[in-house]
Design a protein around this ligand. Sequence first.
Ligand SMILES: [Zn+2]
Ligand SMILES: [Zn+2]
Length: 761
Amino acid sequence: MTTAAPDGRAGRERLVEIALPLPLPRTFTYAVPQATRHPLVAGSRVVVPVRSRRVIGVCMGESDGRALGSAKAKAILDVPDPSPALGPDLLALARWMAEYYVAPIGLVCRTMLPAALGVAARPAPAGKSERILVISEKLPTLLARDEAFKRAPQQRQLYELLEQLGGRAPVAHLVKQLGCSTSVVNGLVKRGHATIDEESRTRDPFVDRPAGAPPAVTPTPAQRAARDTILAGAPGSAFLLHGITGSGKTLVYLQVLERLVRDEGRSAIVLVPEIALTPQAVDRFRAMFGDLVAVLHSGLSDGERLDAWRALERGEKRVAVGARSAIFAPCRDLGAIIVDEEHEASYKQGETPRYHARDLALIRARESGARCVLGSATPSLESWRNAQDGRLTLLGLPDRVGGGALPEVRVVDLRQELKVAPPHEKARRLVLSAPLEAALHERLERREQSILLLNRRGYASFVQCEGGHVATCPDCSISLTYHRTPERLVCHYCQHQEPAVRTCGDCGLPMARQRGLGTQQVERLLAERLPGARISRMDVDTTSGKWAHTEILDRVGRGEVDILLGTQMIAKGLDFPNVTLVGVIDADVGINLPDFRASERAFQLLSQVAGRAGRGPKGGEVFIQTRVPTHHAVRHAATHDYVAFVAEELPARESPAYPPTVRLAHVVVSGLDEVAVADFARVVTDWLEEANTRFSLGLSVLGPAPCPIERIKTRWRWHVIVKATKASALTRLLHGLMGGISLPAKHDLRLVVDRDPVALL
Ligand SMILES: [Zn+2]
Ligand SMILES: [Zn+2]
């Protein structure tokens, strides 16, 4: 037995630095006992004592013990795994994330590992039973529903949520989602509308879902050229695959992986925005690689996720397909990382560490010598700029596979609709214009299907005149938000304020506050105007329903739905040949969000949804209803012209400067007391401005101002926006802020830094 020398640890004692899941930006020094269960190396999980608890951490490397001072290092209790949980590339990624996102290293490591490995030294796969609520009585019409739930609105909410989720869902999930008590569940069961099933495990739909045989397809010359360029690229090189909707980006991914995974025996990660929304894409990977594919989705239990993770670690599975956290899949000998729909905001994590999976993909590919392919029909402006600057190699797929034409897009000017509609029809025509309604009738007669997009209005309301003009901030070029008391218009970036006027300064027409329109309202109107149509709703509210979307989409695929009505999520990845009509109920909603990316998001959404029509030989037609037919997001979406859109949008990001012209950090102060939040936001701003001047960092600090979403779950929110031309200066400032400012211990004040935010809401 050897023990530490009494005069210090310089002698024989081995010390290591451990990252612990604590919100502190540092590691902790521990001593390594002579004998451990398994060898301890950088990346190994360890069990260590913290006060009287046993905590799981990750070894970051050897230590010189300097941080200990005169204290004695406590000994590690266990090294539970035979091999490191984080390989060298993931460990490098963890360090990069902690530095770049100003996130505690221990929390970064915990995020990278499956949940089960964070709580138990040697977790067993879980298999506990679950209570499932199942609809037993169908209430097909709204009338029957009004009757059945006359005095039970909560039961109705529950019933409709359950219906959205495909008719069966775990009780715990439903109760959490609605925030209701289990008595509502019991009420629904008692009245015979639903029953309760005990199920031994969360059902994984991909287990039963037949993968099918890979379709025998010959790549087009453009697809072949893209594949060859990617395969010829140096290890660590990155590509932007810009292909219009329907141009066959997935086939390029498959062909790249066929070479690297099947022929060369390497592994790959495929990121998709949301697994539940892209079952068709996932099926294609499973069809080609069968059992080599691990689908990492949010519906997995902790035990199932751990099983998948271990299988990838051992190399039994070599293709990890999943949403953003799949970027941490423990694949060895990584040959490629694919990021499909790279522009999607869902790649950004909303909590600490606030990473962007697309950016991590580039870093991890570089660390591991893999090729990185970012694919999109409407690339983010950041990636487009990177391609222009040569940091990404640009590859193009300019044509639809099979020579199919992009659908005809008709822009319906709602101002015109208002003018010609009889007075009693005006309100209805703003939702369902005469041309769109006629087109829907036509589809019903021809037994073809339609998709209607209702981009719901958010939390903030803007004012728009009947001529389509919207009040915007003179300094920030974002829409002003309407406030009722006192009545005024406010910029949520810089606090600019102006009175809410009754008539438009541009054209003199009356200004009106734009109010929300719910999917239920629209569904009712559709049922009234198109009796007999089979209408299905897909809501953003029900996203967490694990497989609801897959089931709704399967129903559309089987032709059991005439009209699919939904929010943004219906725009993604769908490919149904019998959908020949797509309607956008109100394009202006997205365009006028108080966010600098509003136009870009609107263009992406309109392009994506327009791409849903006409996937089959019958062709397709798209209607976009708007009051601003001349807005560049509408005009270029109508002609499917991404490059023209970018040519107008990029200059607009130069003055005032927004990404990709500058780098951003979003600093948010929140708390229970509005005044305390505003005061502390001022303190933070002063600190940032002073540091910026003292160290000549050359950044610009904007604010403080209330966030466009001023309050979330009883917490008031204020923000400060920092713009930088150099990333390193921003990193320095943010680390200084998090380490240098003391948070007043009152009103539950919190300070959050979001680097490269996807929205400033
Ligand atoms: Zn402003
Ligand atoms: Zn006007």
